[in-house]
Ligand binder design. Sequence first.
Ligand SMILES: Cc1cc2nc3c(=O)[nH]c(=O)nc-3n(C[C@H](O)[C@H](O)[C@H](O)COP(=O)(O)OP(=O)(O)OC[C@H]3O[C@@H](n4cnc5c(N)ncnc54)[C@H](O)[C@@H]3O)c2cc1C
Length: 464
Amino acid sequence: MNDPRRYVVIGGGLAGLASAVWLAEAGKRVTLLERRGRLGGRTHALEVPSLRDIPDNGQHVIASGYDHLFRYLTSVGTRQYVTFPHRGVLRWPGGRTTTMGTKGIRALRSLFGAHPDASLGDKLRAAAATARLGYECLRQPADLAEISTEQWFQRIGMPATAREALWDWLALGIAAEPVRQESAKVFADVLATGIRLGVKHREPVSIGYPTTDLDTLFVDGALRVFERYGVEVQYRAVARRILIEDGTVTGVRLVEGDVVPADAVVCAVPNSYLGGLLDQLPEHDEIYAAADKLGYTPIVSTNLYLDRPLGTEGAMEALIGGAGIIDEVFDRQRMHGRGTLNGWLYCLTTSGAYEQIHKPHDVVVEEQMALLRRYYPEAADAKVLHAQVVPMPRATFSQVVGTDGLRPPQRTSVPTLVLAGDWTRTDWSATMESAAQSAARAVDLLLKLPAPALAFDSHDRPGE
Ligand SMILES: Cc1cc2nc3c(=O)[nH]c(=O)nc-3n(C[C@H](O)[C@H](O)[C@H](O)COP(=O)(O)OP(=O)(O)OC[C@H]3O[C@@H](n4cnc5c(N)ncnc54)[C@H](O)[C@@H]3O)c2cc1C
């Protein structure tokens, strides 16, 4: 290790893990501070002790355009655990299903009319509206930041069948907010990113999923990298304040008062955890105000162990018309190839779960079973053997109308302090790719620092 400087990463979620891994790969001396007793942040495996099972804390679907996330997975040696099916399944009440192609001409056909009841007129209108949508993503009308995605769909004449079969569902998935309140600009920006990546990779962006649990995917490999490069991980280390003197970082004070010396810091905590961390940064008021306005949106995940299979046709099925109750059903048998000793495990996600988040868990389970019965004939007599409800009131920052332009860049006015985390400014909404991309940008900034810009004491040099 030629560089004696001490790099401290605050936060062991994906953004912090990726920052620590990439700094370590670059030969830096790294300490990672994590407030909890585990790494992974919002992506982690969650034990059900009575069953000795480890379903994840929520669904984490992966788009093929997640270039920075794939870079991370390659760094930690787990790239092989992500798969991209060639088709997606949409399911209507009563059990009717439609298969959507995710590649080539079949993907285009899905864009224009995946709804089984779409008339020829609907399909033509959907084609025209989709073309306009694409155009307006790349050449955005000035008022896009002031309207909701729903208002945008209405303005471009997207027919109801196309919205029901694809667009409302996709928009909810992208920004975890119902279309009536989601910012059209957030949706347009992500679609524009998707279009650019599709052109870059000469293939439309498609949706895939992990074939293993989230700890194996994101954490275990990182720990191996940390061991290889000597990264120090401090668990239950709650950072309280980043210390700055004469325009450079000097350390991180922990809640108990100890100071971890630092010459450079990546602050990779979510907007809702900033607290007083940045008090000594000149522009802290501005960043705190933005963090506050970005707020958060709730997601409820439910893991249901049933006494029989549901008769799914795909590993992930979107329930059409179920927005606000369940967006998607994940068949863990198909995803992970798991056995059924504890029953058939189905994982359900409810994004923008403003109502569900306050309900008792047994009520959530009851409501979701009632919904499954509407969509899956095989669920009519199914019994719940075990259920686990995972409410996440602060699942992601909110992307409602009025939040555009608030996300701060990774660079701060103090060159040795950079921000990371899904909520900082990236090409994506609140996603794992946003976390990974923010880390790539933050690390790049630190690696470009000229050596003299960092103050360090000669007695800290290894071997001196
Ligand atoms: C239920 C759910 C489903 C999701 N589904 C998808 C999906 O399908 N696809 C997708 O791409 N994205 C999805 N996301 C979003 C994705 O999980 C997040 O965007 C991403 O994981 C955020 O990573 P992060 O590192 O920015 O933040 P986090 O994962 O929140 O990590 C921040 C870390 O900082 C730690 N920390 C906080 N304060 C301090 C402190 N003072 N000192 C030390 N440590 C601190 C926290 O404990 C945490 O470990 C989902 C999120 C949820 C909750």
